[in-house]
Design a protein around this ligand. Structure first.
Ligand SMILES: NC(=O)C1=CN([C@@H]2O[C@H](COP(=O)(O)OP(=O)(O)OC[C@H]3O[C@@H](n4cnc5c(N)ncnc54)[C@H](OP(=O)(O)O)[C@@H]3O)[C@@H](O)[C@H]2O)C=CC1
Ligand SMILES: O=C(O)C1=N[C@H](C(=O)O)C[C@H](O)C1
Length: 252
């Protein structure tokens, strides 16, 4: 980074998103792709290649070991891989406390539209009695519900609490288990897995006589790349743990 060119390593480089990220880094004038690592490769290649910042789009089961390695070796990390609950974030914060100067960005979604969708949903939440989240993805997705849906539900729940709203109305009903989706912080989240889809989400809010639907569609994984590059450009100046790309964007 000293000469203004970030030396980047990518973990999950042969995956659906990782391959797009490699192409984006190679096309960026202020970055150099020094290591492309996938399952079965030696992660030490990142150190040997002199990577300053590492992008991780791997798997929820792999990402913590990868991050421990990166932090131990003084490399910043920009992470799209999902599966981060509070206990994982606490572990990361603990590792980072022993690695001054190292920055890690965890972003549930790198697409600008998804970030705005979450923001709009949180802004609308105090005005509606009812709200549910529906995420729709390709059937080879590793996790359910999506990281974005979890984060959206948490943001909505926080906005409702802040506004003094009670629980969403829902008669205690009997029926098939699962029919009402998952409960994330009191907000119902429904996951659909459909061949042909990429990554999509609707937030449906309702009050007396009206509904508001906020929808975002990632139609191509290229939608995640500009956000990843933004994260790579910013992470060296943000030591410690950052959750959400919105902290590196000028949205106000
Ligand atoms: N935050 C965001 O904006 C986005 C996040 N994601 C998330 O990113 C993750 C990856 O998604 P996607 O690209 O679709 O998944 P893919 O399965 O297409 O790609 C993951 C790649 O990582 C490889 N891999 C697995 N373990 C390791 C490891 N320890 N080291 C290096 N490489 C490894 C896999 O190899 P193999 O197949 O052999 O296991 C595969 O090539 C998921 O958690 C997904 O939810 C996805 C899109 C956007
Ligand atoms: O696996 C995916 O594809 C995606 N994962 C992320 C998530 O779980 O939110 C981001 C986006 O939805 C695509």
């Amino acid at each position: 980074m000293s000469d203004g060119v970030v030396k980047v390593g990518v973990l999950g480089a042969r995956g659906r998103v990782g391959a797009e990220v490699c192409a984006g880094v190679e096309a960026a004038a202020d970055m150099e792709l020094v290591a492309a690592v996938d399952a079965g490769d030696d992660i030490a290649a990142l150190v040997e290649a002199g990577a300053e910042a590492v992008v991780d789009f791997t798997h929820p089961d792999a990402v913590m070991d990868n991050l421990e390695f990166c932090i131990d070796h003084g490399m910043h990390a920009v992470v799209g891989t999902t599966g981060f609950d509070q206990s994982r974030l606490d572990v990361l914060a603990g590792w980072l406390a022993d690695a001054p100067g190292v920055g890690v960005l965890i972003a549930p979604n790198f697409s600008i539209g998804a970030i705005l969708m979450m923001r709009f949903a949180a802004a609308a939440a105090p005005f509606y009695e009812s709200v549910e989240v529906v995420e729709l993805h390709h059937p080879t997705k590793a996790d359910a519900p999506s990281g974005t849906a979890r984060r959206t539900a948490e943001l909505i729940a926080a906005a409702r609490r802040e506004a003094g709203l009670g629980p969403v109305p829902d008669a205690t009903s009997t029926g098939l288990e699962g029919a009402r989706g998952a409960d994330v912080d009191g907000i119902r989240v429904h996951g659909l897995r459909i061949r042909g889809l990429v990554a999509h989400q609707e937030v449906i809010l309702g009050g007396p006589g009206e509904t508001l639907t906020i929808r975002h569609d990632s139609l191509d994984r290229a939608s995640f790349v500009p956000g990843v590059l933004t994260g790579l450009r910013a992470i060296g100046d943000h030591p410690g743990l950052t959750v959400g790309l919105e902290h590196f964007l000028d949205l106000d």
